[in-house]
Write a protein that binds this ligand. Structure first.
Ligand code: IFM
Length: 727
């Protein structure tokens, strides 16, 4: 095991300007819920939030959003008549620490009140992994200048909103010395929530009064702390929703009662043991001169705390459960960027994530039908019911008096092929044939039907084409024949034909059911292959350059240097329309194909295209989905040091707020891409139908790399330089 410093994220200074960034950085969770790293005692203009997977409610414009649930931290601390909060008094010493190995957030503040008395105050926060409905908080108060009179109030605060929008209606509540509970329901989706809490103090002279305030059961604790003694409060919170059980309050009260017999130490040790197991599978060790070790662990930690360990009806939003960005909506970010990490290190989570798509086929069928297509068309943004939830209009990024039309929900259609690819790759790596046969192949076939009806025959070119789409590079919309889109569709048709025959051979009854349901036939599948073989895909015979979409090479080349120095994206500098007219990319597009299909292109072709598109990509201010892919492709081309620069950009995206928007939540796709950049890029792992092998290339600053993965039930450890160990 590595040294402690390689597991701990520390802030030793409080910077109120960075509060929203830090709230995101110090998010903790357990795959059921997450809580941002805001302070127990609150802070003005904080963005405190706790989100539970799957708890959505309606909201105008963006249709539905994850709901900020009652604040379970909820503390007011008054010391000798002065309220403790970091905007009052003086901070003499400060340390905020996230221990990634134990998933524990601790904060210790030496504080001088406005009246001049000093106190040491500490907090320890845990969202249990071994019991996903249990949250723990400990607060320690140590007066440093003589006795202190203390008032400590804590409960469950249901007066919360999503940045001003209130989703909760009151049902019932109760509080008595030692414990209380709150029952609420969301206004539109009618999801019920029950939260219970218990509170105890370490000193007998502390008196406890129950305050039953509106939507806010609270315990008011008061008394004296003798000089130099530490007063501890221990709070336990249990939470259920009607997504879990019929009677959430009954369940939260029962669990709280059952846990009475367990000590704080017992609970913490069970939680830590579970995390140890998780890290045994998912950790990456990097011995290097840089901060790659802590950065990779931090990114993996953020994926792991958002991973639905026990729920196949939810998925991971683009910002995990760590912020308001994208309202909890799910994108291709899951399948293309995050999923490989889970497929290779936590396969049951990958299965849950893909099962979410299977259970949302009804929404995808509806979308296809409404658009006049066959089969299933997955939405660009998905949430609770799997219907399209991409907003149609949003506020203009620079001129707030204007609205901007968002086209992704209408025409960014590659997501259906992205999901099919993730399904197939999961099946290949995990060997989970049951999933593949019962859920995976039905997804692949139903989405193939969508592509069949979406393909357009062009009599003049004698090609099948896809006009009016958006590819991964969202700086260009309404384009024809995006190379990524078309290549993915070609792959999709070919794999659909193979998958159908595989199912027919192994599960004839399931296959017969699909034949009936989807109208499959040999001639239909021949037609799929026919489309695949005639899909438009333009590659310059002389240069080997693949055109990102029809007409891309005719666009004006941008003079990037003339725009430097800059601190915003090309799109916000030039405007949406002007950016559409130049060869500037928000993120990898053609290069995505080299990352996903490294064996499909000769390296010379990859190199030519990498050089061309890499030079035309808005790496720092474009999409956070870009750098990890550029890192990976650069590795494939042996440009290891260039890959390293891209890797660092992705590794620091949230830790150092590279794009200035980390306050909205974790860039989950970047985190998932980072794992791939290390394992597939620097580690050089390749898995195909014949097995796996590694062709590693470490950057100069790295001395050693070690990772594990599971291939068809067998755990393999790769150490570079060094050996491969099969367990
Ligand atoms: O899915 C991405 C997209 O590729 C770029 N814009 C942000 C989305 C959510 O992360």
């Amino acid at each position: 095991m590595s040294t402690q410093q390689e597991w701990i994220i520390t802030r030793s200074e409080f910077n109120p300007q960075k509060i929203h960034h830090d709230e995101t950085v110090f998010t903790i969770g357990n795959g059921y819920l997450s809580t941002r790293g805001s302070f127990e005692e609150s802070f003005p203009e904080e963005n405190a939030a706790t989100f539970i997977h799957g708890v959505f409610d309606d909201i105008p414009v963006v249709f539905t959003e994850l709901v900020n649930v009652p604040n379970w931290l909820d503390c007011v601390l008054i010391l000798d008549g002065e309220r403790f909060r970091l905007d009052y008094g003086e901070i003499l010493d400060y340390e905020n620490q996230l221990d990634l190995s134990k998933a524990t957030l601790t904060r210790s503040v030496k504080w001088r009140s406005p009246a001049g008395k000093a106190y040491q105050i500490s907090f320890e926060r845990v969202i249990c992994l071994h019991e996903q409905h249990l949250l723990l908080l400990r607060v320690g108060i140590n007066p440093l200048d003589g006795d202190a009179e203390v008032i400590f109030r804590s409960g469950i605060n249901g007066c919360v909103s999503n940045e001003g929008y209130v989703h909760w209606k009151h049902k019932a509540q109760s509080v008595q010395p030692g414990r209380g509970w709150l029952s609420l329901v969301t206004k539109k989706s009618e999801t019920g929530l029950g939260m219970s809490f218990s509170l105890k103090s370490s000193l007998p002279q502390i008196k406890m009064q129950a305050w039953n305030m509106d939507m806010h059961p609270v315990l008011n604790c008061s008394g004296f702390i003798p000089s130099q003694e530490v007063l501890w409060f221990e709070k336990r919170v249990t939470v259920y929703t009607t997504r879990d059980v019929q009677e959430p309050i009954h369940a939260s009260e029962t669990l709280l009662g059952q846990l009475k017999a367990s000590s704080w130490e017992d609970l913490i040790s069970a939680h830590q043991k579970k995390w140890q197991q998780v890290w045994t599978q998912s950790d990456i060790e990097i011995d290097s001169e840089d901060d790659a070790q802590i950065a990779i662990r931090y990114n993996l930690f953020q994926l792991l705390i958002a991973a639905p360990w026990q729920d196949e009806q939810v998925n991971i939003g683009a910002k995990t459960l760590s912020g308001y960005g994208y309202h909890g909506h799910v994108f291709w970010d899951t399948e293309i960027f995050m999923l490989p990490f889970f497929t290779y290190t936590q396969p049951q989570v990958a299965r849950n994530l893909l099962s979410y798509r299977y259970h949302r086929l009804a929404g995808a069928r509806k979308k296809a039908k409404e658009n006049g297509y066959l089969g299933a068309q997955f939405p660009w943004e998905s949430a609770d019911d799997g219907e399209e939830v991409t907003p149609t209009w949003v506020q203009h990024p620079t001129d707030r008096t204007k609205l901007t039309r968002i086209w992704t929900g209408d025409i960014q259609i590659h997501v259906s092929a992205d999901i099919a690819l993730a399904v197939w790759r999961y099946g290949q790596v995990s060997g989970d044939d049951k999933f593949l046969h019962e859920r995976g192949i039905p997804i692949i076939l139903e989405t193939a039907l969508f592509w069949e009806s979406r393909a357009e025959w062009n009599e003049i070119n004698q090609t099948y084409q896809f006009s009016d789409v958006i590819g991964p590079d969202e700086y260009h919309d309404h384009v024809d024949n995006n190379a990524y889109n078309n290549f993915m569709v070609r792959w999709h048709f070919r794999i659909a034909e193979q998958a159908a025959h595989l199912l027919q051979a192994h599960e004839p009854d399931l296959y017969a059911g699909l034949v009936d349901q989807l109208g499959l036939s040999d001639s239909r599948m021949q037609h799929w292959l026919e489309i695949a073989n005639h899909i438009y895909f333009e590659q310059d015979a002389l240069t080997g350059l693949i055109e990102q979409f029809q007409g891309f090479f005719q666009l004006e080349d941008l003079d990037w240097k003339s725009l430097e120095p800059r601190s915003e994206s090309i799109q916000s500098l030039l405007g949406i329309e002007a950016t559409n007219q130049v060869q500037a990319l928000k993120q990898a597009d053609v290069l995505m194909l080299f990352y996903l299909f490294p064996d499909a292109f000769p390296s010379q072709i990859m190199a030519v295209n990498y050089d061309y598109y890499n030079a035309r990509t808005d790496h720092t201010y474009g999409s956070s989905l870009g750098p990890s892919i550029h890192a990976l492709v650069a590795c494939q081309l042996g440009k290891t040091e260039e890959a390293y620069q891209h890797f660092i950009r992705s590794a620091h995206a949230d830790l150092y707020d590279v794009r200035g928007n980390a306050g909205d939540g974790i860039h989950a796709a970047s985190a998932g891409g980072l794992w791939q950049a290390v394992v597939f890029g620097f580690g050089g792992l390749r898995v195909d139908e014949y097995g796996y092998h590694c062709q590693s290339r470490l950057p100069k600053k790295w001395r050693r790399l070690r990772f594990r993965f599971c291939y068809r039930g067998e755990w393999i450890t790769i150490q570079i330089p060094g050996q491969e160990v099969r367990e």
